[in-house]
Design a protein. Structure first.
Length: 509
């Protein structure tokens, strides 16, 4: 079959030229950008789909068959196109399910190409939260440190890891990176950022909330069992690059002085029209995965986090005048936005208005805040020392305890593998739960240490959850209220034992 005529019947091209990576698959290319890309088939998930171009030769060819399995005949057609139309340093990517691995490799060789990498899509192709090379160090790190999964599945995968040849069989979705023999190596752009270490493998993370073109890469160098660097690829239209570099320079240093490990920026660079921030990794294990596997470590890990938060608060404490503008931004505007999304919305908005009216003009103690202190952004090292990452939302001045409220609720959610955030929130703060009673004791201790009034802490409590619910509503495509909107709804419903207004009102002069 003629390559062009046969391929033309099977595949559709979408003519758009790209100058920045929009798919994590582009990052595999030696330059990190595919200016001329071709998508074959119709089942590739949108986050993995690069912008396609009619111009040839191709820097990237991605093949994902419309049906469940990638058959030998279909793979042969895709490889024929790659052999004919792939640029000298181009990369072809075959998202394969149900194909014989050895047979595919023989087919690749027959077309004069070579398989460079095998990549697992975790948890599966449709979501592809992580793209992890099927090499011992990165795949073990991904499964042990980054993934939440049942204990039985982790044990089964660990058994498979001991038999490396069986690795692709253990995963439902595997991608094969194919290139010409003698072409430049994959991820060469990443090695060039830090020439002291050569990149041999990369785990790429994608999340819908990060926006298109935003990627986090865990880079492994020769002999590494853990990443040697973390690279963030950020589109120029996204302000996260400037916010994080500024926060690391101005805010994170006080967090380090308070006893936390914070990433150091190794270098910055450009990738097409995107920016790259290369960071030194922080030691320890993710608190989210630790808590999911050991729920009984909740109090220990929370105590370590609270101890650091208290030290950081003391270092950054400064008086804040509660102006109308400040209260409007932090509380009144988001409360009004949520009125039509929650039951008792109007009554809750009135409650917030009364609290703000009583607080306006007063002075409280404010602190710096991370503003995204999820357990996914916290690492725990031996001895209880913690590390804190992802600083793009940090601020030098915040209402008190916003990090505390979010961190403890997220820690409780992590012990339940984030099965139901709203339910975990109730467990953390509803008066009838044992965990909530313990958290209330910790909260009282923090309020006393920081010499806060209860009404000031109450402002921070509502500001925390209104902030996250408002951000959630900004995400497009939600057909139903997300977990943070559900949390605000629970706060608004006084029958659920979450009403904290009585204590706050009593503390106001």
């Amino acid at each position: 079959m003629n390559a062009k005529s046969g391929i033309g019947r099977l595949f559709t091209l979408h003519p758009v030229v790209t100058v920045a990576p929009r798919s994590p698959l582009e990052l595999i290319h030696p330059d990190g950008v595919a200016r001329r890309a071709c998508v074959l088939g119709g089942t590739l998930p949108a986050p993995l789909r690069p912008d396609s171009s009619p111009a040839r030769p191709y820097d990237l060819i991605v093949a994902a068959r419309p049906s469940r399995a990638l058959t030998r005949a279909w793979a042969s057609d895709a490889l024929r196109l790659a052999a004919a139309e792939l640029a000298p340093d181009g990369v072809a990517y075959l998202a394969a399910r149900g194909i014989d691995r050895a047979g595919l490799r023989r087919l690749v060789t027959r077309h004069g190409l070579t398989v460079e990498l095998e990549i697992a899509h975790l948890p599966q192709l449709a979501s592809s939260t992580f793209l992890a090379p099927l090499e011992p160090a990165p795949i073990q790190f991904a499964l042990a440190e980054l993934m939440l999964m049942p204990a039985w599945r982790r044990r089964a995968l660990n058994l498979v890891l001991r038999r490396r040849r069986k690795l692709p069989v253990a995963f439902s979705s595997v991608g094969y990176v194919v290139r010409r023999s003698g072409s430049r190596g994959c991820f060469e752009w990443l090695s060039a950022l830090d020439r002291t270490r050569r990149t041999v493998a990369v785990i790429s993370r994608t999340r819908p909330g990060d926006g298109p073109g935003f990627f986090v890469l865990h880079r492994f160098s020769e002999g590494d069992s853990r990443p040697s660097a973390i690279a963030k690829v950020i589109p120029t239209e996204n302000s996260k690059f400037e916010r994080e570099t500024s926060s690391l320079r101005l805010i994170a240093k006080t967090a380090r002085a308070a006893g936390a490990d914070v990433p150091e920026a190794l270098t910055t660079a450009t990738l097409g029209t995107s920016r790259v921030l290369l960071l030194e990794p922080v030691g320890g294990r993710l608190a989210a995965t630790l808590l999911a596997r050991r729920p009984d470590s909740l109090e220990t890990i929370t105590a370590d986090v609270v101890r650091w938060l208290a030290a950081w608060a003391h270092l950054t404490a400064a008086p804040i005048r509660l102006t109308g503008d400040l209260l409007d931004r932090a509380l009144l505007q988001p409360a009004q936005l949520l009125v039509r999304h929650i039951s008792n919305g109007p009554m809750y908005a009135e409650r917030i208005e009364r609290l703000c009216a009583a607080a306006e003009g007063r002075e409280i103690v404010g602190t710096a805040a991370h503003n995204d202190l999820t357990m996914w952004n916290l690492l725990v090292a031996d001895g209880g020392r913690i590390g804190v990452v992802d600083w793009e939302t940090a601020t030098t001045e915040s209402l008190p305890l916003v990090d505390f409220y979010y961190a403890v609720a997220d820690a409780v959610a992590a012990t339940e593998a984030y099965a139901n955030r709203a339910r975990s929130f109730s467990r953390a703060f509803a008066r009838h739960h044992r965990t909530a009673r313990w958290i209330a004791v910790v909260e009282e201790r923090l309020i006393g240490e920081l010499r806060l009034e209860h009404w000031a802490a109450e402002l921070g409590f509502h500001a925390c959850w209104l902030h996250h619910a408002r951000n959630e509503l900004r995400l497009a495509g939600r057909a139903r209220p997300g977990p943070f909107v559900q949390i605000v709804e629970a706060i608004a419903d006084e029958r659920r034992g979450l009403d904290r207004g009585t204590r706050a009102q009593a503390s106001l002069p």
